[in-house]
Design a protein around this ligand. Structure first.
Ligand SMILES: *[C@@H]1O[C@H](CO)[C@@H](O)[C@H](O)[C@H]1NC(C)=O
Ligand SMILES: *[C@@H]1O[C@H](CO)[C@@H](O)[C@H](O)[C@H]1NC(C)=O
Ligand SMILES: [Zn+2]
Length: 986
């Protein structure tokens, strides 16, 4: 799955090109308080569970609310009677599926929205048992119709056509575990095969999970779509099934659909024109039997979409007919990337075709269903001349990500969700490689460092971070780990591995692993074993060391290290020490826990100047300190560690080496330090200072050289790190100093990039320009603001403003936001109208974000209200974005938080079980909090909603830790920074 952009967000006004969301934490003291509340909520929950359990199942068509799964949320500790026993949500292994034959008839119209379902599941019995336990949620099972039949023994001679019925005693529901249990009258025998038949009615919900409905309008007409999103645990909402990733089976899917619509599924289909009794306007589509696959990868879509196929017919795109031309780009690159991955993995794509659908409502960014990838529109559609370069890159990223999963994830699947990180981390790394293959000029392998690695550093440096390999059970726990840590850190440590065992070895080991495990499931150690074998064989890893041993220190431990380099300038040696890097050191509890990592050490120096060698010259073998006896570097020359930042760690130096580096950066020849490493120096320095490990004066001295920097990566790293300073200082006295300083740094680059989108500029130039303009305008740069306002007004007076936007695509974000910020209701209303009229998803996104830039409080309040109102024009999937953009506005932030607090009930009802959105809203509305007063409000919020907050537990904890950290940070650093700024701007 690719996450939605709210998760990856670009909510920070200063990171509009590609910035992803940062922030989040949890403190010991907050955790204690929460712990107490948590116990209390367990008791309440247990009571509620008891109360609702008898009627919670089969509540067909009922509006969900958080009690469905939310109240049972998040921790898997709930037993019906005992609150302390951990609930085992796993299926028994006595019965395993072999084959599903699924028939579905969706009734896609208002006033109905149900579907009839029949499923026949062939199962193997592996141990004698008297029950068949499988998953089923939110469906009405016609229990009288359920049958279990034994397959005839196929010893030749006995010809029996009829299968033998095994009687059924009763059927029960285990609501908490989402089980449906068929208790058989007789014993089911080990080694025998049976067929289970279940007939049921399901609900086409509007919660974007399971088999759900979506819609769009053409003129005044509403067009409906029935589609699916099953990962991780919602196939069970569409059909009764053994809904665990390791329980693979073959699928034969039949879908009855209105004759004027089409259906698609994982495999190729044929139309069966036999009339359907009672449904003259319907006909069946029958799909070929699939390869063995996990339930969460099953997909089907019924729509009236238009379609187009690649020249070889293998790849098809499906989209609203009005937007078909917007699929040209994804249709162009998908076949190329597919081909590239066939070579990369050295395994052919195993399915006959690949379809890609752009859906108007989709909760994630995209989903890698085998042979049928579903996307939200902005992740698949790109309109030349309307969408931005960043939209285009987003499409390439997501397409490459989902295609990578076709092998890594679909062909070989994690045995359980604990290894989700491997699946996602891997796809999140390889997406860059696939994208680089089709768009080499974008330099995405460099971009990786700022967009993934440095980005996830920010989260992983918090006490509340978690190991990427996490034990999970309950569906809510599983949903929780689809986070930046799993994706970004996973990707970053896999990249580190690619570099330390070298790419050839990495690819060979990987391919072996995929072949050996094809159509099965695997655990992380299976991959490590395959890579170790290859690395030993090719002699790149000492025989006494395994990948397992190295990688366990990165996957099982929380956080990441900072390596501190202390040079002995007389001897030419250096001592390296490692420690966990935390943004805020805990004061309430001293922990003896000192994690250590296997760290690949690479470095270069002023006289060697080799920024290409990323094979480690040494390892810190999970040891606290090592000494490099000879750096081969003179005392007046700098050294830089972690070449190309391929290692997942920060580096700190002694004061003198920092000074040598700063001197180099301020020379005309500063580009002798690689671009990635310049970005690393800025990111490391500013974050080391933020954590109290480096003097702020030194860190800020590193930034001074930016006055003559022109490249994207260093600027991006600086913008992100300085974004924190901006957020913290914006409400304090002395912010003017920060403004003057930042504008001074920007002076040269602003002149270089200019307020003009130049066609044919390289991707990174375009990205730099947008970031620079966005900072300049928001800091009140006169020329910038004036340009923005003029361009917006030109648009307002254009005769046909919908088809005739004079603002060039890449400048839209800054023009819209600035003009709305300095403008009034007229600008806002104009933008809102354009939002409603545009046919392009990415344009809608831009406008939605810009609408939060206004300074008019009443408009902001109304905007928040619309975000959680049905039919206001804002889709449910986009509500989080609205909160994010309002909260990003210094005036809107308190409004957004108050709204969240006052309208909690409404928000919760509106989003139902969609945890992701609520979490995002909490995070975005609290991100800038840094006063004791705001912290108090947060605690109160938590108390007010202690019972239901289960669903957003982690988000609230992180928020509290973050706010505490912000308060302390201001106390500790405000004066130093202000003094430095005063000197720098004197
Ligand atoms: C089910 O049992 C059959 C016959 O014993 C065997 O060939 C097949 O591999 C089994 N399938 C699964 C998924 O266990
Ligand atoms: C939905 O439509 C089908 C087919 O006409 C019908 O059998 C079913 O009862 C309807 N369900 C509801 C809830 O209206
Ligand atoms: Zn994914």
């Amino acid at each position: 799955m690719t996450q939605s952009r709210e998760v990856l967000a670009m909510m920070d006004a200063h990171t509009t090109t590609f910035g992803r969301k940062r922030g989040c934490t949890i403190s010991r003291c907050g955790a204690f308080l929460l712990g107490t509340l948590f116990l209390l909520s367990l008791v309440i929950t247990a009571l509620l569970v008891y109360h609702f359990a008898p009627c919670a199942d089969g509540a067909l068509g009922r509006q969900h609310d958080a009690s469905d799964s939310g109240l049972f949320a998040g921790r898997g500790f709930l037993g019906a009677n005992s609150v302390s026993t951990k609930l085992d949500v796993r299926l028994p292994r006595s019965v395993v599926p072999v084959f599903y034959r699924l028939e579905l008839t969706p009734f896609i119209w208002e006033g109905n929205f149900t579907f009839n379902g029949e499923v026949k599941i062939v199962v193997n019995v592996t141990e004698d048992t008297r029950n068949i336990t499988l998953h089923a949620v939110d469906m009405k099972i016609d229990e009288a119709a359920t049958t279990v039949q034994m397959h005839p023994p196929d010893n030749n001679g006995t010809i029996r056509n009829r299968m033998e019925d095994v009687g059924i005693d009763k059927q029960t529901n285990d609501t908490l575990r989402q089980f449906h249990v068929i208790h058989t009258a007789g014993m089911l025998k080990a080694g025998k095969q049976y067929t289970v038949y279940i007939k049921y009615v399901g609900y086409l919900n509007d919660y974007l999970q399971g088999f759900y409905r979506s819609s769009y309008t053409v003129g005044n007409q509403t067009r409906w779509i029935a589609t699916t999103q099953f990962q991780p645990t919602d196939a069970r909402r569409a059909f009764p099934c053994f809904d665990e990733p390791a329980l693979k089976a073959e699928f034969e899917i039949h879908i009855a659909r209105p004759k004027n619509m089409t259906s698609i599924s994982n495999m190729n289909g044929t139309v069966d024109t036999t009339p359907i009794v009672g449904l003259p306007s319907y006909e069946w589509d029958r799909y070929e039997r699939s390869v063995p696959m996990s339930t969460y990868l099953v997909a089907f879509v019924v729509s009236d979409f238009a379609t187009q196929r690649s020249d070889d017919g293998k790849v098809g795109v499906w989209v609203r007919s009005e937007a078909l031309d917007q699929a040209d780009y994804s249709l162009k690159i998908a076949p190329q990337i597919l081909k590239y991955f066939e070579n990369y993995f050295a395994i052919d794509f195993p399915l006959p075709k690949m379809d890609m659908v752009a859906l108007p409502d989709f909760s994630a960014g995209a989903m890698e269903n085998w042979g049928l990838i579903t996307y939200r529109e902005t992740a698949m559609l790109y309109q030349e001349g309307v969408s931005t370069n960043s939209n285009k890159q987003r499409v390439a990223t997501v397409v490459a990500h989902e295609l990578a999963h076709q092998w890594f994830g679909n062909l070989v699947t994690p045995s359980w969700w604990t290894d989700l990180w491997l699946n996602e981390g891997f796809a999140s790394y390889v997406e860059y490689i696939g994208m680089n293959a089709v768009e080499p000029s974008w330099k995405v392998l460099e971009q990786f460092v700022v967009h993934e690695l440095q980005n996830v550093f920010a989260l992983d440096a918090l006490a509340s971070s978690h190991p990427i390999s996490v034990e999970v059970g309950h569906p809510d726990e599983i949903s929780e780990i689809f986070d930046r840590i799993s994706y970004g850190k996973g990707a970053s440590i896999i990249r580190m591995m690619d570099h330390f065992i070298t790419t050839n070895v990495f690819k060979r080991g990987l391919s072996n692993y995929l072949r050996e495990r094809a159509y099965q499931s695997a655990e992380q150690n299976d991959l490590w074993d395959a890579l170790t074998k290859q690395a030993h064989k090719d002699g790149v890893l000492d025989k006494s060391i395994t990948i397992n041993e190295i990688m366990d220190t990165w996957t099982l431990q929380t956080g990441f290290p900072v390596v501190t380099v202390n040079r002995d300038y007389n001897r030419g040696s250096a001592t390296l020490t490692q420690e966990r890097f935390l943004l805020q050191t805990s004061t309430t509890e001293v922990s003896d826990d000192k994690p250590l990592w296997w760290i690949p050490i690479t470095y270069t120096s002023q006289n060697v100047l080799n920024f290409n060698e990323t094979i480690p010259s040494r390892w810190m073998q999970a040891e606290p300190t090592i000494t490099l006896s000879n750096l081969n570097t003179a005392a007046n020359e700098w050294v830089i560690f972690n070449v190309q930042e391929t290692g997942y760690y920060r580096v700190n130096y002694d004061e003198q080496n920092w000074r040598l580096i700063i001197q180099e950066l301020n020379k005309a020849s500063f580009k002798s330090i690689s671009t990635i490493n310049r970005a690393q120096l800025l990111d490391d320095a500013l974050n080391l200072a933020r954590a109290g490990r480096l003097d702020y004066a030194t860190a800020l001295d590193v930034t001074s050289y930016l006055a003559h920097e022109t490249e994207y990566l260093p600027w991006k790293a600086a913008f992100t790190a300085m974004g924190y300073l901006d957020r913290m200082l914006v409400k304090t006295e002395g912010y003017d100093r920060f403004r003057i300083f930042a504008l001074k740094l920007l002076d040269n680059i602003y002149k270089q990039t200019g307020f003009k989108d130049i066609h044919g500029d390289p991707q990174l130039t375009v990205f730099t320009r947008i970031d620079v303009l966005s900072w300049a305008c928001s800091l009140g740069h006169k020329d910038c603001v004036q340009n923005a306002v003029t361009q917006f007004h030109n648009w307002q007076i254009t005769p046909n403003p919908d088809n005739n936007n004079p603002i060039s695509p890449n400048l839209k974000s800054v023009v819209y936001c600035t003009a709305i910020r300095v403008g009034g209701q007229a600008e806002w209303d104009f933008a809102w109208e354009r939002y409603q009229k545009t046919n392009v998803g990415s344009e809608k996104d831009l406008l939605l974000h810009a609408l939060g830039c206004t300074r008019e409080t009443w408009i902001l309040s109304r905007y928040l209200n619309w975000a959680v109102t049905e039919n206001s024009g804002i889709r449910k999937q986009d509500a989080g974005r609205v909160f994010g953009s309002v909260a990003n506005n210094v005036i809107g932030q308190p409004l957004a938080f108050n709204y969240l607090r006052n309208q909690w009930k409404r928000i919760k009802t509106y989003f139902g079980t969609s945890l992701l959105t609520i979490n995002n809203i909490i995070k975005s509305t609290t991100k800038k909090m840094n006063t004791a007063y705001e912290l108090k409000a947060l605690y109160e919020f938590e108390t007010e909603h202690s019972a239901e907050l289960a669903i957003a537990r982690r988000a609230v904890q992180q928020t509290i830790e973050q706010t505490e950290a912000n308060i302390k940070w201001l106390d500790r650093n405000h004066e130093t920074i202000l003094n430095w700024l005063k000197r720098a701007t004197a």
